[in-house]
Structure formats: structure tokens, C-alpha cells
Design a protein around this ligand. Structure first.
Ligand SMILES: C[S@@+](CC[C@H](N)C(=O)[O-])C[C@H]1O[C@@H](n2cnc3c(N)ncnc32)[C@H](O)[C@@H]1O
Length: 269
């Protein structure tokens, strides 16, 4: 019988905590303890995580089905949870190419374990930090999979609020977009305190106590990531309202989720 997977004692990180919310299989005690603390102050955190995943599914499906995009760059990709982005894209376009990037070594190890053997098209996993966009853009392994002369869908789902202004997230996104061909897309989901200031502030304190430095942003701040892009309808909304065929019948409130989501297109020259 194989020995159960054990990881050494450590503090938690965003990807492992998110995996806990999604009832993934790889959390350990540090993740569970922090996750339970967040759940005490934000009881809808699991709804938040599932709603974000559903947004990623719809946005990726929309891009593969309606825009002709065949290349995806997912930064802050997290621990894979089926269906992951490549499975959604390749279900529509089997030759779609995907590069996953994350800066957490534990996430990368699990990603490599979980993705081995389940992908049929070109999928690459690489270590990279979004605060160093040039390092990601210059990585040979990225160019082995993606052709930056052709449009790319850049996916930044539930990651930018982990980059405080001290680490220049606007500049990082702008550098990435500059390197992508016209007709590329940017998809973002981002935490906000706009709907539940008290609950969000309490959750931020738990994250800080666990060694992370999250920065929820207002709608006006999140709009700035899309400067110069054409927003795909319906624009910037809470994730469960973005192109959701169930419309207002989900029973989920904006405060349950506490995120904004949007997709924008880099104009043709
Ligand atoms: C909340 S998880 C989201 C995972 C995935 N995007 C999803 O929606 O399921 C955030 C991920 O971003 C990663 N991350 C945080 N800061 C990062 C950085 N500076 N550069 C790259 N990845 C980062 C974390 O390791 C984690 O896996």
C-alpha cells in the first residue's frame, strides 16, 4: 500500500488555502487551520472559491469557442482542480496550448503530479513570479509552447490581490500585455471589500497572521488593470454574473463572493 502523502510542517500559502476551500486533496494542518479561521469570519469563502472557478470555466470556454484564441498563459495557476483551464480549452480546441505559471513550489510539485498523464495537448508548467514579468516572458520554456506573435489569453484568476501596490501589480500586468500580440485577452478575477467591508477586513487579518499580504481593491482600482483594452460584455461584474446563463437565479449574492471579474481584449493596431 503506498504511504500517505506527507508534507513538512510549514505556514500556508494562497494556492493551498484555496485548495482547502475547494475541498481539494492536498492540504495539510497549516492550510486547514488557516482555512478554518477564514471560514469563521467569511462563512461563504467556499462559495467564493467555487464561483471563481465557475467564472474561469466560462471565460476560458468563451475565449476558446468565440474568439479563436488557441494559446493560454495562466499565471497564479494554483493546484489543479478538475476541470482545469487546459481541459476546458482543449475540450473546445484540442490543439490549444497552455502554460501554467505559479511561484509556490508546493503548488508546482502538485501541479506536475496531477497533470502528468491527463493532458492530451501541449501543456507546460513553469515556476514564475508575476512581479517579475520579464523573467516569465523571457523564459525559454514559455517560448517552447507559446508563440507570442499570435494572440494569447492571459488568465489572472484570484491572484492579483496577493500582490500589494508595493510590488507594482499594474506595471506587471501592463508589461505582460505589452509583450502579447494585438487580439490577445486579459481575464481577471479580483477580491474586493466593496460588498462586505467588515468581513473582508477580518479575512485580510487572518491572511496576514498566516504570513500573506493580500490587498483587496475597489472596482475603480480593478478597472485600471484593463486600461487600453476593450471590455467583453458584460464588463466588470461579480464573477457569478459574468456571462452566466443562470443570470440572477444562482441564489448567490455579491457579498457572498466579494470579487470582481472581467475579460478584455487588446485592440488590433
Ligand atoms: C487563490 S490561488 C488561485 C488559483 C487559480 N488561479 C484558480 O483560480 O483556481 C492563487 C495562486 O496564485 C499564486 N501566486 C500568488 N502570488 C504569486 C506571484 N507573485 N506570482 C505567481 N503566482 C502567485 C499562488 O501560489 C496560488 O497558487
Amino acid at each position: 500500500m503506498p504511504a500517505p502523502r506527507r508534507t513538512p510542517a510549514r505556514t500556508t500559502q494562497p494556492g493551498r488555502l484555496y485548495n482547502y476551500y475547494l475541498s481539494g486533496s492536498v492540504q495539510d494542518d497549516a492550510d486547514r487551520i488557516a482555512g478554518e479561521e477564514v471560514e469563521k469570519v467569511t462563512p461563504t469563502v467556499r462559495t467564493m472559491a467555487r464561483t471563481n472557478r465557475a467564472f474561469m470555466h466560462r471565460a476560458t470556454h468563451y475565449l476558446a469557442e468565440h474568439t479563436g484564441i488557441r494559446q493560454f498563459l495562466d499565471i497564479g495557476s494554483g493546484i489543479p482542480t478538475e476541470p482545469n483551464l487546459h481541459q476546458i480549452a482543449q475540450a473546445v480546441a484540442p490543439t490549444a496550448k497552455i502554460v501554467y505559471v505559479d511561484n509556490d513550489p508546493v503548488v508546482l510539485t502538485h501541479s506536475r503530479d496531477l497533470l502528468t498523464g491527463i493532458s492530451h495537448g501541449p501543456v507546460t508548467i513553469m515556476e514564475g513570479d508575476i512581479t517579475q514579468p520579464d523573467t516569465i516572458l523571457n523564459a525559454p520554456v514559455l517560448h517552447e509552447t507559446l508563440d507570442l506573435e499570435e494572440p494569447v489569453a492571459l488568465s489572472l484568476i484570484s491572484v492579483l490581490h496577493f500582490i500589494s501596490d508595493r510590488h507594482y501589480p499594474l506595471e506587471a500586468v501592463s508589461t505582460l500585455l505589452e509583450a502579447l500580440a494585438p487580439g490577445s485577452y486579459l481575464t481577471i478575477s479580483h477580491s474586493t471589500a466593496d460588498f462586505d467591508p467588515q468581513g473582508t477586513s477580518a479575512a485580510v487579518k487572518v491572511y496576514r497572521a498566516s504570513g500573506m499580504d493580500p490587498q483587496p481593491r475597489t472596482r475603480a482600482e480593478i478597472v485600471r488593470f484593463f486600461d487600453g483594452l476593450e471590455l467583453v460584455a458584460p464588463g466588470i461584474v461579480t464573477p457569478h454574473r459574468w456571462r452566466n446563463p443562470r443570470g440572477d437565479t444562482t441564489g448567490i449574492t455579491d457579498a457572498d463572493v466579494g470579487f470582481y471579474a472581467a475579460c478584455g481584449r487588446k485592440p488590433m493596431r
